[in-house]
Design a protein around this ligand. Structure first.
Ligand SMILES: Nc1ncnc2c1ncn2[C@@H]1O[C@H](COP(=O)(O)OP(=O)(O)OP(=O)(O)O)[C@@H](O)[C@H]1O
Length: 277
């Protein structure tokens, strides 16, 4: 069988700032309808990796391919067709309406002087409707809650029509319910064939949503592969440098826990009693 071309592929990539590599020999492949979760401690270089994959900063080594084409050979509009970006937070200097922001996603492939037309407006409205947030369209971004802003950003990515989306901790500032809502929206993207690169600090979320996981430690990749295989208690312990326990909840979902904040650095609560799967 022939090789399936990944939507996003990194081969021996080195990324960093000012010529100094943060991560080296990063290789990954994101395919249609898959969610690939990136996990790693603060400051290890996950956002830097995303920015490099998006062509916003040059690689220090190796290569990025989007849909089989070398990133270096693609124009901004072609990159936008292949990979959309959902940053951690949505800040705008202007009081844009939500629908205007989504429309910018729909219009990203137009030339610099072209104005969005009926087709782009229809795509923007359809993206809002798909997420069930059409009522937010006329509302100014500044009046939206964190969860609503995140949903609008996801709508923008949908309207952009990209084959893949890179999301940088999209649920970091959200409450419990909104995390689940946004998680479902991410799942919805994948079920429509979009590939998702999801950077998250929540191992439970990665295990719940991710088909594959990429564990990133200082300097490079610790492990990569199917989430349940890769996210062992031992690797998560090494990754975060605290004892991590992994349990299977009723129904099979994985749950990761560290020492209680009240334990004063002692062993993980119940580590000897429960089943550390
Ligand atoms: N523009 C920049 N110039 C120089 N160094 C930078 C720049 N942006 C980020 N860094 C540094 O690069 C390192 C990695 O940052 P990055 O934001 O990629 O990490 P991260 O893994 O996404 O972190 P977090 O989980 O906290 O979001 C940090 O030490 C940061 O200070």
């Amino acid at each position: 069988m022939g090789r399936v071309t990944p939507l996003v592929e990194a081969c021996g990539l080195a990324v960093g700032h000012g010529g100094r590599a943060l991560l080296e020999e990063v290789s990954l492949g994101l395919h249609r309808g898959r969610i690939l979760c990136l996990l790693g401690p603060n400051g290890v270089g996950k956002t830097t990796l995303f920015r490099t994959l998006l062509g916003l900063m040059p690689p220090l080594g190796g290569e990025v391919f989007l849909g089989g084409r070398r990133l270096a050979e693609l124009g901004r509009a072609e990159v936008a067709q292949r990979l959309a970006y959902v940053p951690q937070t949505l800040t705008t200097p202007f009081a844009w309406r939500a629908v205007d922001l989504v429309l910018m996603g729909a219009a990203v492939r137009l030339g610099p002087l072209a104005r969005p037309g009926r087709a782009e407006i229809a795509r923007a409205e359809a993206a809002l409707a798909l997420l069930g947030i059409d009522d937010l369209g006329p509302v100014e971004i500044t009046r939206l809650s964190g969860g609503q802003r995140q949903m609008v950003q996801i709508a923008r990515a949908i309207a952009q029509g990209a084959e893949a989306v890179a999301m940088d901790e999209p649920t970091a500032s959200l409450d419990f319910a909104n995390r689940i809502r946004v998680g479902r929206a991410i799942q919805g993207l994948a079920s429509r064939g979009i590939g998702v690169l999801l950077c998250t600090h929540d191992p439970d979320q990665a295990a719940d949503l991710g088909h594959e996981a990429l564990l990133i430690e200082r300097g490079g990749i610790l492990a990569a592969g199917p989430t349940a295989e890769v996210m062992t208690a031992a690797r998560m312990t090494r990754l975060y440098d605290i004892p991590v326990r992994r349990d299977a909840l009723p129904g099979g979902r994985l749950h990761f826990s560290g020492p209680s904040a009240r334990d004063d650095g002692g062993p993980v609560a119940g580590a000897t009693a429960g089943q550390n799967v």
